[in-house]
Design a protein around this ligand. Structure first.
Ligand SMILES: [Fe+2]
Ligand SMILES: [Fe+2]
Length: 160
């Protein structure tokens, strides 16, 4: 987990996280903070085991910690956050010791984490997509009625 903890301590990571927190202060819907990143990482780890994908832990955590890191740009400039996050992630991952091949896999998974076509893939992008969606506790959300997620997509039960 050494490389994962390097991300955690990385100055750019902390700056982007703070910008997300500032942009979401008072937000009634799901947030894109450290709690969410860790929920996604841990659910992705469970999926990784259940589906026998054998993806390395630091690849999964790297993708989960960074998949929404550029969310603040979506609020500020309207940039879709998967695009902002996929742009921010590579330099940060490189600083933290990830290889070019690992970086491109993580970058791809981040860029596709909102594409429905990714949902069924048996790889990093697929588990990131599924973990992200499964992480949201719609069944206990007070803002559920105003949420933009369509009724059929909300998590109405705990599935993982
Ligand atoms: Fe996202
Ligand atoms: Fe997310």
């Amino acid at each position: 987990m050494e490389r994962v903890n390097r991300i955690l301590r990385h100055e750019a990571f902390r700056e982007h996280l703070e910008k997300n927190e500032a942009a979401e202060e008072g937000r009634i819907f799901c947030r894109h903070n450290m709690g969410h990143f860790l929920d996604v990482a841990r659910i992705a780890m469970i999926l990784n085991l259940q589906e026998g994908l054998q993806l390395p832990q630091d690849i999964i955590y790297g993708a989960a910690l960074l998949h929404d890191i550029g969310r603040h740009e979506q609020y500020a400039e309207g940039t879709p956050h998967e695009i902002a996050s996929a742009r921010i992630a590579p330099a940060l991952l490189e600083d933290c010791g990830y290889t070019p091949e690992e970086i491109s896999r993580i970058e791809e998974a981040i860029a596709l984490h909102r594409s429905r076509e990714t949902a069924q893939r048996a790889d990093l992008a697929g588990i990131l997509y599924r973990a992200d969606k499964a992480s949201r506790a719609c069944y206990s959300c007070k803002a559920s009625e105003q949420c933009s997620w369509k009724e059929g997509r909300k998590n109405l039960e705990i599935v993982i």
